[in-house]
Design a protein around this ligand. Structure first.
Ligand SMILES: *[C@@H]1O[C@H](CO)[C@@H](O)[C@H](O)[C@H]1NC(C)=O
Ligand SMILES: *[C@@H]1O[C@H](CO)[C@@H](O)[C@H](O)[C@H]1NC(C)=O
Ligand SMILES: *[C@@H]1O[C@H](CO)[C@@H](O)[C@H](O)[C@H]1NC(C)=O
Length: 297
């Protein structure tokens, strides 16, 4: 306890140094970063996400925002992030493994300077699976700029494999049959969307039959971590994006996968990827750790 005063003094000193040395990164403070995290999840929740998606270039994100979502890929810029973070989770007529986000609670949180890390439990309802509702845990790291826009995010859908298995089990108790039935239903839905939205120069398949054959025979269903690979699951994710900008998104459900659904990245490339350029992920204004013994017990 007697070290409390020293610690507090160091913290104050640290804050002063942070403000002076953090370069272009603002020191937004813990309370503000918590509020921004809440605001993000309020906006993410249906039906607020519908309104946000309509903005096309949501200022929740900075112009140069860089984002990464576990099991899928990286998403850059305002327009693409508005589509994938808000538009993707809006319910539609298409059969989708993506659910509708509802109420949430932040269960873990830490923040410093312009960086916020949260674990949030969100109730999702799945229209394609008889409106079953499951909680999903989402881990986020986010950085913010002075305008309080998200400049970077790194998102993990925790235990996603479990949830996919659980959803498929609502189709059939036998996992093999469930996947086979799911593959047919998802393929039909993707190919119907292709017929509806991918017209003229955006056409990827000569006919709906050819499309269904490709989806069910030429590519694999996909493991839960293969939503950014050459799989049916990946094309199902991108199917929901077709109405937004067919010219951008039709290639993603096409044969090549349009740079989103392709087997072009290895595990090691993914793990060692040096992606983020907008902000440090470690607070730059931090004091180096004190040299023991420093009474930190
Ligand atoms: C959204 O931003 C992009 C990139 O700056 C721009 O090309 C596009 O016209 C904007 N769309 C709208 C509706 O503001
Ligand atoms: C999620 O739904 C369950 C069941 O209806 C409910 O008990 C729980 O409080 C909800 N969680 C949140 C974060 O709203
Ligand atoms: C799921 O809920 C939506 C919205 O309440 C409703 O329109 C739809 O018919 C429901 N689907 C099923 C399979 O119950």
């Amino acid at each position: 306890m007697r070290f409390y005063g020293i610690t507090a003094a160091l913290t104050l000193l640290g804050t002063g140094i942070a403000a002076a040395t953090s370069g272009s990164q603002p020191d937004l403070g813990y309370a503000e970063l918590y509020k921004l995290t809440q605001q993000f999840y309020d906006t993410f929740q249906y039906p607020n996400n519908v309104k946000e998606a309509k903005k096309i270039n949501s200022t929740v994100f900075s112009k140069n925002c860089q984002g990464r979502v576990s099991d899928t890929r990286n998403f850059e810029g305002r327009e693409l992030n508005t589509e994938y973070i808000f538009g993707l989770f809006v319910p539609s007529d298409s059969l989708s493994i993506i659910g509708k986000p509802g109420s949430y609670e932040i269960i873990q949180f830490a923040a410093n300077q312009n960086i916020a890390s949260a674990t949030t439990r969100v109730n999702f309802t799945f229209p394609a699976f008889g409106n079953v509702t499951f909680p999903i845990v989402i881990s986020t790291w986010m950085t913010y700029n002075k305008a309080k826009e998200i400049t970077q995010y790194d998102v993990i859908f925790k235990w996603f494999g479990n949830i996919l298995q659980l959803l498929l089990s609502t189709i059939d108790k036998d996992p093999i049959k469930a996947q086979a039935k799911g593959a047919i239903a998802l393929s039909k839905s993707i190919c119907a969307s292709h017929t509806k939205f991918c017209l003229g120069k955006d056409i990827q398949y000569e006919s709906e039959e050819e499309c269904i054959r490709f989806m069910t025979e030429d590519i694999r269903f996909g493991q839960p971590f293969e939503l950014g690979m050459n799989t049916l699951l990946c094309r199902n994710v991108h199917q929901k994006m077709l109405p937004f900008r067919p010219d951008v998104h039709c290639p993603h459900i096409g044969k090549s996968g349009g740079g989103q659904c392709a087997d072009d990245t290895t595990y090691v490339q993914k793990v060692t990827e040096d992606y983020y350029k907008n902000s440090a992920w470690i607070p730059t204004g931090e004091q180096p750790p004190p040299i023991p013994p420093y009474g930190g017990h």
